[in-house]
Design a protein around this ligand. Structure first.
Ligand code: C2E
Ligand code: CA
Ligand code: CA
Length: 430
């Protein structure tokens, strides 16, 4: 590389370039090496409006969030100003860079707190990867910068540059979707279980309930969480395939656990499938196939479904409840549902969003909301589940408020089916 070119790079970029050279040298034919550069949108505006102390605080908060990403897959470099570089040394295919980009973007979903301000920070990401005989670190860095420029000017969260010139996020999604599609067809998705513990009656021997949560195990990226998988499945238009697999797998597991265990299982139903006729057909078929009593299956539906198209959703949900299947309103408290609808709400259970539960020990407002939801639910004969219970003080407080069920890391993290069977035995739930 000519010396003059080297000199134009800042020390931070130089360090990144050297790390990139090392990664490219160590790479093999099975993996791609990619580089991502993240640029904070309107950072100068932020500095101007709130001062540089704010800018510095935000940069260090972003740095902290980025460090939450797994260190073996994401190697973080601060590049000065408002830029961060991330080296992705072992990608199976370009499509997997989309997962990485989505994982990075997910870190920016929550606002950043600075003094009394809640600041929403958004970013652009440029990504480039090496391909056959393209192993020049300088070229890869330039490509990444080009991709970033393109993301900024076209106002896209991320853009990638690789073999096929500029690839839009959409094209890349298709590649990832393809991987996911294959995983679905080869039955590679897994159901994890998180117990819901009955806390209002210690002598309850009705068996344990658990929520089923999907995981996509991949060789290179570990377990991929549903926040990434579900939108992709929706993009594929395969929601019903997923629900079909989900309900059948969950009921198959329940029937394996046997009738000595009276408990049940909850599955999450995405909002746009609630009013699909096919949903009810597949639920009925699955119940018949696995010979499981309908009241051992609960469908968890988010509150916004009821708000968006109330009449239609009420109709459909009432029909499901007639078959005996239970309905649970998930993430309750985050939408703005009106009190009036409680009179006829076609549900059996409310789940208090974990945001309120997490904060209830230290925040009086959240504590009051939790108590209010519990009383409201009971006034309308609904069971209440608190999610996100992480410590015993919160559990005790929920018990004293009359909450019926608790779910959260204190009781158990979501665990694979085999581990759930052991959990049931250890906790005498048979
Ligand atoms: P959700 O329905 O609110 O599920 C609970 C989420 O909270 C789970 O995340 C769980 O791991 C997490 N969690 C449980 N206990 C605690 C705790 O004590 N503290 C904290 N901080 N978190 C806790 P997960 O598995 O990543 O699922 C995320 C979301 O993805 C779920 O939120 C659900 O809406 C959706 N999802 C999961 N599985 C499926 C599925 O099979 N189908 C559909 N459509 N959506 C699913
Ligand atoms: Ca849920
Ligand atoms: Ca929830």
């Amino acid at each position: 590389m000519p010396d003059t070119e080297l000199h134009r790079l800042s020390p931070q970029r130089q360090a990144l370039l050297e790390a990139l050279e090392g990664a490219l040298e160590g790479s093999n034919n099975e993996h791609l090496t990619a580089l991502a550069i993240i640029d904070i949108r309107d950072f100068h505006e932020l500095n101007r409006s709130f001062g540089s102390a704010c800018g510095d605080a935000i940069l260090s908060a972003i740095n902290e969030r980025l460090l939450q990403l797994p260190h073996d897959t994401f190697i973080l470099h601060y590049l000065g100003n408002d830029e961060f570089g991330i080296l992705l040394p072992k990608l199976k295919s370009p499509g997997f860079a989309v997962i990485c980009a989505e994982q990075i973007l997910a870190l920016f979903k929550g606002v950043f707190e600075w003094q009394n301000h809640s600041l929403k920070i958004t970013v652009n990401i440029g990504i480039a990867y090496n391909y056959a005989n393209h192993i020049d670190a300088n070229k890869l860095l330039l490509d990444t910068e080009l991709a970033l420029k393109h993301a900024k000017t076209s106002n896209q969260p991320y853009t990638m540059l690789g073999k096929n010139e500029q690839q839009s996020s959409d094209q890349l999604k298709w590649e990832l979707l393809n991987n996911l599609h294959v995983a679905m067809q080869q039955d590679e998705l897994e159901l994890y279980y998180q117990p819901k513990l009955c806390i209002n009656n210690p002598d309850n021997h009705q068996g344990a309930y658990a929520e089923a949560l999907i995981r996509w195990p991949t060789a290179d990226h570990g377990l991929i969480a549903p926040d990434i998988t579900i939108p992709l499945i929706e993009h594929l238009g395969s929601e019903l395939d997923l629900i079909n697999w989900l309900v059948n797998t969950a009921l198959k597991h329940l029937s394996e656990i046997g009738s000595s265990h009276k408990g049940g299982v909850s599955v999450n139903i995405p909002a746009n499938s609630v009013t699909s006729k096919a949903l009810y057909e597949l639920v009925e078929q699955a119940l018949a196939l696995w010979d499981v009593e309908p009241n051992r299956l609960t469908l968890e539906i988010t509150e916004d479904v009821l708000i968006k198209d109330k009449e239609l959703a009420f109709d459909y949900l009432s029909k499901v409840r007639e078959t005996g299947v239970r309905i649970s309103i998930d993430d309750f408290g985050t939408g703005y549902s009106s009190l009036a609808y409680f009179k006829h709400i076609p549900a059996d259970e409310l789940k208090i969003d974990r945001f309120f539960v997490n904060n209830m020990l230290h925040n009086e407002g959240d504590r009051n909301i939790v108590k209010l939801i519990i009383d409201l639910a009971h006034a309308f004969n609904l069971d209440v589940v608190a999610e996100g219970v992480e410590d015993s003080e919160t559990l005790d407080l929920l018990k004293s408020m009359g909450c019926d069920y608790a779910q959260g890391y204190l009781i158990s993290r979501p665990i694979p089916y085999q581990d759930y069977l052991s959990w049931l035995k250890e906790n005498h739930q048979f």
